[in-house]
Each structure stands twice: as C-alpha cells, then as structure tokens.
Design a protein around this ligand. Structure first.
Ligand code: SF4
Length: 461
C-alpha cells in the first residue's frame, strides 16, 4: 500500500499560518525510533516545524510496551500535559505505537486522560494525517481500537536524523510468540517488504551520501518466509544482504535483530564472504538455560546458541557479539542463572542489554507461577553486570595495536578536540581528526581502552 495522502496538503496552509510545531517522545526499540522518523516526515510534510517538548503544539508519544514501567512513564507524562491542554490554544496530544495497540490502554486513556486527541496503534500511519486534520480543523478526537492489518505502508515520508547512517525496516511483526513477549500481539504477524522496495530505499539513501545502513525487523532472518508470490518464493535474508552489498556508496551493513533459531549456515557464509556486513552480530540469548529457553518458547538450546557463535567466530575471528538477556524469568533457579553466566563467559559479549523479567498481561508467561524473590532477581542482574564489566576490558585490550575502519560520525561530546566513530564491531572510538573527515571512513589504530570506548589515531589506508 502506497502512502498517498491528500490530507498532508489539505492542512498545510493552516499549520504554516499558525506556526504549528511538534515534538516526538520515543520509547523503546529501534523499530520505534524508525517509526518516529516517519512521523517526523509526515508532520514536516504537513508544515509542522520541530520544537522543544515544553513549547511544541503537537506532542506525539511513540510508545513501547515491553516493560511494565513504560506505562507509568506514559501516564505520568500525559498527566503533566493536562494543564497545557486546558490553558493553551492549539495544543494536540497524540499517542501511537505498541502500548496504544492494547485495549486496556485505550480504555484507561478514555477514562483518565480524555484530553488526549488521537490514539493510534502500530500500523496506522496512513490514517494519521486524516485523524490529525479532524483534530485540528474539526476539533474531533479519535481514540479507537484498530486491528493490526497485514498491509505494509510504503513511501511514507521520513526525516532521517543523521547524515551518514540510516535505518531501513525490512520486515514488520513477529510469528514467534516467545512466552514473555507482547510484540506478536501488538505488531501482528510477519510481513516482509519486497526486495525491490527495500533496494529502492537504500539506493536513494546511497545517492544522498549515506554510508551505513541498519536493517531492522523483530526477526530479520525470517525475512521472506511470508512471500506468497511465485516470483518471490524462496527469497531469503542472505539473498537480500547480497543484493544490498552491490549498492555503490553503502559501505557498512548492520542488522537487528536476528533470531538464533533462524540463523542459517547460508547466513553465516554470506557474512563471511561480505566486505560490507559489520563484524558485529546482535544475537539475543535471553537465557543460557535450555530449560528456561524451552519455557520461553525460544526454540533453541544453549548448545545450539553456542554452536552458532562458534561458527561465526570460525567464519571471522574479528566478529564481536552483543546480546539481550532476561534475568529472573519465572522459576529461573540459581543453576539456570549459572548457565546464563556460563554462556556469557564462553561467548565474551561486547555489549549486553540486560533486564529483569517484566510480566506482560496477555502473554503466556504472565500466568506462570514465580517463586523467585524480587531481591534475588536484582542480585542476579548485578552479578551478570559485574561479570560483563569484568570481561569487557580484556576484549577491548585485544583491539589495541590493530587498525579498524571507522566511519567518522562527528565531534566527541566530551572533548571538543576529538572526533568519534564506531568500528565495524560497533565499538566507540575517539581520535583526532578534521571537520572534513566527518562522513568518511578512516583507518584508526587503537591505542588504549577505557571500558565504554577506545582511543586511537588515524593511520594511512
Ligand atoms: S522473537 Fe520473541 S522476543 Fe522477539 S519479538 Fe518475536 S516474540 Fe518477541
């Protein structure tokens, strides 16, 4: 479905005449961040200008529902806006994203926050301009539940916030139903964009000077499994990666997140043979205990996970790993937790996103009994954090003396004289450079490590 929307121009005159501004508050994952760029693109096509959240006329919350406390955050922020809505003219409040795809959230907004103007779910960008037109011109609110459809909205205006790096969604939704996860319920089933639409987007980005692409999806490596057309049947994620590799100008390809259960040998071979795919793989572990993984419905074991890591390390010893780990899943025992620590020791992750299990209403795990005390869960999280931070300097030290290709992103925030960028392994490096180097790929030799970043110097190619 192409995004053609007559409401964009219909409202533009009014928006410009009244100098209307917008601000977006994004919670959650990179998919949401990408969606927020699209909401920015839509609003700017309507004539809105970006402004500070304290003064903006339109405040859009792009919500996440992975963690329970996100709901409290949203309601706190909505409550804060009530007085502005009462006192000021031309203030509009919009809630979109995963949280607003849940009926109980809509009911709560209707009852406790009736001053909110628009609530839309996860797959409703094409009706947003019409809803906004009605809110602004006809003073008509829109808080209604809309099922997540199967359609993919193409050609939505997008406003990238970086000149050299861009994210591109390749697949929406998820079919996996991990027992703790709400995503399949709020983002629907897997829907892959066609290779042509993705390639067109990346070609355009390359023409504009973008060098690094992040391919996004809840489960990128099941890309293509849903294709029904004969011409696309059998089109896989590795095939897509090979096509993107051919695009001139794109130098670094990243993707997030692959699922271990779908990490095929073909994908490993494609990474091995690629000159552009980053030497960093984000491989969500969630737990190192095969028993807990089964309870989580992850469809792989500890051994299978370690086998993939070994194959990747064998394919290229420079590959670094990052992961997500849930601590304190219902009935995770001390032994189960030790299995997680064991995997962390064996893999040597450069980045670990760790969370204490958060119960989500509507998921299978929400009905599981849980004997583990909250303080025990906190203790496990701290032990995991300590292990990770103990191991990190050793991993960093292995990089000292070697040189890496780094995309120079800009000036360092903490030191005006230094510039910053990332290695293919996604390691932050600071080094001396010139303004003219921004956006270029430079060879940087690593000189020292500082836990969360490395220091280096530009060396000849
Ligand atoms: S793969 Fe599992 S954890 Fe990831 S979005 Fe799908 S259901 Fe959630």
């Amino acid at each position: 479905m192409r995004f053609v929307n007559s409401y964009l121009s219909k409202i533009k005159e009014y928006v410009i005449k009244n100098n209307l501004t917008y601000s977006i508050d994004t919670m959650g994952c990179q998919m949401n961040e990408n969606d927020s760029l699209k909401y920015s693109g839509i609003l700017e096509s309507m004539g809105f200008k970006e402004a500070d959240s304290k003064t903006a006329n339109l405040i859009l919350f792009n919500t996440c529902c992975v963690r329970e406390n996100a709901e409290n955050t949203l309601f706190g922020r909505l409550g804060f806006l009530k007085s502005r809505k009462i006192k000021e003219k031309n203030v509009y409040i919009v809630v979109v994203g995963c949280m607003s795809q849940q009926k109980h959230i809509l009911d709560k907004i209707k009852v406790s926050y009736p001053f909110v103007d628009i609530v839309l779910g996860t797959n409703a960008m094409s009706i947003f301009p019409e809803k906004l037109y009605n809110a602004i011109i006809n003073n008509k609110k829109s808080i209604e539940y809309i099922e997540v459809g199967n359609e993919i909205e193409e050609e939505v205006p997008i406003k990238y916030d970086d000149k050299f790096k861009a994210s591109v969604s390749i697949i929406y939704g998820c079919n996996n139903f991990c027992s703790y996860c709400i995503v399949p319920y709020v983002r629907g089933r897997e829907r892959s964009r066609t290779p042509q639409d993705i390639i067109n987007d990346i070609n355009e980005l390359a023409k504009k000077g973008y060098k690094e692409i992040m391919l996004l999806g809840q489960n990128v490596n099941s890309y293509g499994n849903d294709f029904k057309e004969d011409s696309l049947k059998g089109y896989t994620f590795p095939k897509l990666l090979k096509e993107i590799e051919k695009i001139n100008g794109i130098e670094i390809i990243r993707f997030m997140s692959p699922h271990p259960k779908d990490f095929s040998d073909e994908l490993i071979e494609t990474i091995k043979n690629s000159k552009k795919i980053a030497r960093q793989i984000h491989l969500p572990l969630q737990s190192g205990s095969s028993k807990i993984l089964k309870e989580m419905n992850r469809k792989y074991t500890k051994e299978k996970y370690l086998e993939i890591v070994e194959k990747l390390k064998k394919a290229d010893k420079n590959i670094s790993f990052s992961t997500d780990i849930i601590v304190g899943f219902p009935n995770e025992t001390e032994q189960d937790f030790k299995e997680t620590l064991d995997v962390v020791k064996k893999v040597g992750f450069d980045q670990v996103y760790m969370f204490i299990y958060s119960k989500r209403v509507g998921t299978r795990a929400a009905n599981m009994t849980d004997e583990t005390k909250p303080e025990e869960k906190v203790n496990r999280l701290e032990r995991l954090k300590s292990l990770y931070e103990e191991m990190l300097p050793e991993l960093n030290k292995k990089m000292i003396g070697k040189s890496y290709k780094v995309l120079v992103e800009g000036k360092s925030k903490n030191n005006d004289k230094l510039f910053t960028g990332r290695t293919s392994q996604n390691k932050v490096v600071v080094f001396e450079a010139n303004k003219q180097d921004i956006g270029k790929i430079k060879n940087v030799e690593i000189e020292s490590e500082h836990l969360w970043y490395l220091k280096g110097k530009i060396v000849d190619d």
